[in-house]
Each structure stands twice: as structure tokens, then as C-alpha cells.
Design a protein around this ligand. Structure first.
Ligand code: HSE
Length: 351
């Protein structure tokens, strides 16, 4: 089956997704009967492009890798989408699926939430790695999608392409979750690792995380724990049927932890990790983000670099830990593909 895709935002994640599509189109067609035709792109900084017959991804990626604007693609020819903003693009691009990949705004979840609503109201499925809408408006957006017989997928919002939501839809279905504890921010885990293993300064490690594409546009969101906080809010609302907002979660980041603290903790047989957790206690959901000294025997203590991990306490299986990449261009780009494949799987069953 071939799907028409509209891309809103073409930054690190968008380009990672396009690279995967470009590289793996034959494999995806042969093995999974999945083909994607990117028909429209709108990016606030890089410009917009609308080509109903499909964009040549190799050519577009070359332009993007040279740091040029998307409109270069049609150099010399008429670009009907010149200056088209995301809302207009969503309406006009006739896509089956909108991939919403703009930057997360934790406070307002905008403009992403408006893009998602526009997509659902114009009959398009949505996949997104943007944490704002899923953290602030999950239930409302899910209802809107359902009312329109559409799917709302957001695998990349937590642990990038490492499966979390699809894991529960499939392999772990039927389990109830008693508690979730995890390392959900790649940047801070990367910084703590560099401070320990290479005795690197906090600032230098943060710069490196930014260079590698792990950090948020405003890295304060990472180091002060806001990013881990929105992720635990998403997990609470999706898995524990809670209705919490970011303001309901106590938060502390890692900016006050020094190389010396890291060294001291290790000498005590512990390791600092930024832990996000949520627990159901007498029908109340309690979520928290804080740096904690974990004994080295805790599976979460062994998670290094930009990796993330989650320990679920399940009623049927007991404690189960998953670990995998939590950030990065291809890793998060993959989450977008995996959501599209889930939509493909769902739609193929209906035929
Ligand atoms: N800034 C985030 C992190 C990106 O470091 O984990 C993935 O959400």
C-alpha cells in the first residue's frame, strides 16, 4: 500500500525520517508492503514544497544537507507552495498521514496542537514526536481522532524509536501497571555519563549533547528535568488513565550536580541518575522527577550515554525493564516510520 505523507517541520527528526525512507524504500515495500510518497513539506525556517506526484527524496536530502532552503528543489520553476504555512499545507496537501515534527513547546503545546487538530479535521492520520500535544491534550486529541475514525500515534515522544506504546498495544496487552520508573532524558544521562567516564565538565558535556542532536532547542528543558517531566506525564495519562498536567509533578533537574558529586556517589557504590517515576496509590497518581543515587544493582544504574530505560512493575509479569536509544536523528526518525507502519498494519487489517 502506498501512503501520501505531509511533513510539518523538517529539522533533525524530519531529516532522519526522510533519510530512512530514502534508504529503506525497497526493503519496506518487499517485506512489509509499505510505500510512502512525501507530497508536501512545510518548515517555518526552511520553506515549503507541495508536489502531489511525490518529492524525490535523494534530491531533497542533498539540498537539506547543504543547508539550503527546501524551495531550492524547484529552482527556476514555479513553487505553488512558496511561503505556505503548516496549517495551509495540512489542508491542501491531500496526505493520508501528517507527520508533525516541530519543536516541543512544553508550556502551550502550540502551534503543534493546532496542526494536529487541523489534520484530524481534514481527515488525516497523525504521527508526531512532539511531546507538547501528547502531554497536555492527549485525551482531547485521542477523542478527536476517534470521532473522525483516524489514528493518533506518538511513539517518538518517549524513548525515541524504542518501542514503549506499541509494546503495550501488542506484547504486554492485558497487564496493568503498578509503577513506572525510568531514565527518560538522553541529554542528562549523556552528561552524567561523560562526567563520570571522561571527567568532563558539565558545560562541555552539554555542548557535546547539543552537537549530537540530543538536546532540546532550549537545553534548559533537559537539564532542569522538564523534558523528563512531560514524558512521565504522557506515560501516566496513557498507561495509568490519569489526568495529570505538568504542574502536578514535582521536579528537580541535574544542573546542581558536579563531577565531584558523581565521583563521591560512585565511591559509595551508587550512581546518579535523573529518575522519572509514577505510581498509583489509592487511586491517586503520584509522579516525580528527581536526581537519585541508585545502587549499582538497579538495572537503571547501568544505563549509560544517551540511552533511556523504563522499569515497569506489572500485575502479571512483575518487574520488567526495557532499554534503548532515547534521542537522536535516526533513532527518533525511526519512531515516525514505526508509527506509520502501525497505521499501515491497522488499515491493512480492515481491507
Ligand atoms: N532532548 C530529549 C532528550 C530528546 O535528550 O532525551 C528526546 O526526547
Amino acid at each position: 500500500m502506498e501512503y501520501k505523507i505531509g511533513l510539518i517541520g523538517c529539522g533533525t527528526v524530519g531529516q532522519g525520517f526522510l533519510e530512512i525512507l530514502n534508504k529503506k524504500s525497497e526493503y519496506l515495500m518487499d517485506k512489509i508492503d509499505f510505500a510512502a510518497k512525501v507530497v508536501g513539506i512545510s518548515d517555518k525556517l526552511k520553506g515549503s514544497l507541495l508536489i502531489p506526484e511525490g518529492i524525490n527524496l535523494a534530491k531533497l536530502l542533498q539540498i537539506l544537507n547543504q543547508g539550503k532552503k527546501i524551495s531550492e528543489y524547484l529552482k527556476g520553476k514555479k513553487n505553488a507552495a512558496e511561503g505556505m504555512d503548516p496549517l495551509e499545507m495540512i489542508e491542501k496537501c491531500e496526505a493520508d498521514i501528517i507527520a508533525e515534527l516541530t519543536y516541543t513547546d512544553i508550556k502551550t503545546a502550540e502551534p503543534a496542537t493546532s496542526y494536529l487538530k487541523k489534520a484530524f479535521r481534514t481527515g488525516k492520520h497523525v504521527v508526531t514526536s512532539n511531546k507538547g500535544p501528547a502531554a497536555l491534550y492527549y485525551k482531547e486529541l485521542k477523542k478527536l481522532a476517534q470521532r473522525n475514525n483516524l489514528l493518533f500515534k506518538f511513539e517518538g515522544t518517549v524513548m525515541s524509536g524504542t518501542p514503549v506504546f506499541s509494546l503495550f498495544e501488542n506484547g504486554l496487552a492485558g497487564n496493568e501497571i503498578k509503577e513506572i520508573r525510568g531514565i527518560l532524558n538522553g541529554t542528562t544521562n549523556f552528561i552524567l555519563t561523560k562526567m563520570e567516564e571522561e571527567k568532563m565538565d558539565y558545560k562541555k558535556a552539554l555542548k557535546l549533547a547539543q552537537k549530537l542532536g540530543y538536546a532540546e532547542a532550549d537545553p534548559k528543558a533537559d537539564v532542569e528535568g522538564y523534558d523528563a517531566l512531560v514524558k512521565i506525564v504522557i506515560l501516566s495519562n496513557v498507561f495509568l488513565d490519569a489526568n495529570i498536567k505538568p504542574a502536578d509533578v514535582k521536579r528537580e533537574g541535574i544542573s546542581s550536580i558536579s563531577k565531584e558529586d558523581v565521583k563521591e556517589a560512585l565511591a559509595e557504590g551508587t550512581r546518579y541518575k535523573l529518575i522519572a517515576s509514577v505510581k498509583k496509590e489509592k487511586r491517586q497518581v503520584k509522579a516525580l522527577v528527581s536526581p537519585q543515587k541508585l545502587p549499582l544493582s538497579d538495572p537503571l544504574a547501568g544505563i549509560m550515554g544517551a540511552n533511556n530505560a523504563l522499569t515497569f512493575d506489572l500485575d502479571l509479569l512483575g518487574k520488567m525493564t526495557i532499554q534503548g536509544p532515547g534521542a537522536g536523528k535516526i533513532e527518533t526518525g525511526y519512531s515516525i516510520l514505526s508509527d506509520m507502519l502501525a497505521i499501515h498494519h491497522h488499515l491493512s487489517k480492515q481491507i
